[in-house]
Write a protein that binds this ligand. Structure first.
Ligand code: SF4
Length: 360
């Protein structure tokens, strides 16, 4: 591409620290934990339910999902697993858009979540009505949205995209002469634009966890650990991405840990992922990329406050009561499933396994 156009045209959609809840980790003593685990195991069987957890949830939830025939992964792969699993109910431990995506792809199943207040700053930063109005102002542009969006925003899009296939898809659309709207993550959008040179208008939301990583402090940490490889999720700022040995989705970063011969890694993503990294490479050392440094706010302290809302107590409760069911208007769902299917078809044509190589 010759013409390089990338413009953040919308007002700043980043949440202020006041809009972000504190990260509260569930504290349980050993006997309460054991009793809750036993109760949840019994309820999963009684309710014909399967637990699907995101990489950023607590080690307890991840271990329970795997021990009970459930699954731990990234958002679309969680939803993909749901389509294969025979259970009548899926319990999604993650954030709301993940429960919605599971429901979009599995309308016949009951989808429950431990806490419906578990949001995402990218989703919150992209209200469907305002986004639709913005798209309407640019009818000549193809609308590409990241998986971290509501069902209503997906319904307004032409393509849903994951970080595992974003560069390839955006290049493909540009080859067809299409100009793009990209939403909602300004950092991932800027990264994709820089790599592809494609004409993109960027919505300007951000992830409160990844945006907090600091380039200057990372530089110092690298100098202290010259043997460490730097792994960065592309929702991070460009000056952090610029220092990466590997830029990748959650699944991509876990794969890097598994495959690279290095023994030490500095990791710029939610520290919930360290549990899976430690599982796949128990002999390796993982250091958190710094959030201290110039302009540091430590809003999330490298752990998503909304992911932390998932716990054993509320999981047991929803299984008992059937509360917190995800319901989506069928017209919205039918529209939202189209751009997801388009992505899957694109990936299939390219002989790419997009599911399992995805996003936040
Ligand atoms: S870590 Fe960031 S992108 Fe992931 S759910 Fe939390 S706020 Fe959203």
């Amino acid at each position: 591409m010759n013409a390089v156009v990338s413009e953040i045209v919308e007002k700043d959609r980043r949440l202020s620290p006041l809009q972000v809840p504190p990260t509260v980790i569930e504290m349980l003593d050993a006997s309460e934990r054991a009793s809750l685990v036993a109760r949840i195991q019994r309820l999963l069987v009684e309710q014909d339910a399967t637990l699907v957890a995101h990489y950023y949830t607590s080690p307890e939830l991840q271990e329970l999902a795997e021990a009970t025939g459930g699954y731990v992964s990234d958002s679309l792969d969680m939803a993909r697993f749901g389509t294969e699993c025979k259970s009548r109910t899926l319990v999604v431990a993650g954030v709301r858009f993940m429960g919605e995506t599971a429901k979009i792809l599995n309308p016949e199943k009951r989808v429950l979540m431990p806490d419906l207040h578990a949001e995402c700053s990218l989703d919150l930063g992209c209200p469907a009505d305002e986004f639709a109005a913005f798209c309407d102002q640019h009818p000549d542009r193809t609308v590409v949205v990241y998986a971290n969006t509501s069902a209503a925003v997906k319904a307004r899009s032409d393509w849903v995209v994951t970080s595992g296939i974003a560069l390839e898809l955006v290049r493909h659309l540009a080859e067809r002469g299409e100009k793009l709207i990209w939403a909602p993550d300004r950092h991932l959008g800027a990264y994709v634009q820089r790599e592809t040179g494609v004409d993109m208008l960027l919505w300007s939301a951000a992830c409160v966890v990844h945006e907090a990583f600091k380039a200057d402090a990372l530089k110092r940490l690298r100098a202290e650990h010259p043997d460490a490889k730097v792994l960065v999720h592309p929702e991070s700022p460009l000056d952090v991405i610029a220092q990466a040995d590997v830029v990748g989705s959650t699944t991509g970063l876990v794969e890097a840990v598994r495959k690279l011969p290095a023994k030490k890694f500095i990791v710029a993503t939610d520290n919930g992922l360290f549990h899976k990294m430690q599982q796949v490479a128990p002999d390796k050392v993982f250091l958190e990329a710094p959030i201290a440094g110039k302009g540091a706010t430590c809003v999330s302290c490298a752990h998503c406050p909304w992911m932390a809302m998932n716990g054993l107590r509320n999981l047991a409760q929803v299984l008992e009561t059937g509360a917190n069911e995800i319901l989506i208007d069928e017209t919205v769902r039918e529209r939202a499933v189209q751009p997801i299917r388009r992505l899957l078809e694109f990936a299939k044509q390219r002989k790419r396994v997009v599911l399992g190589n995805n996003d936040a």
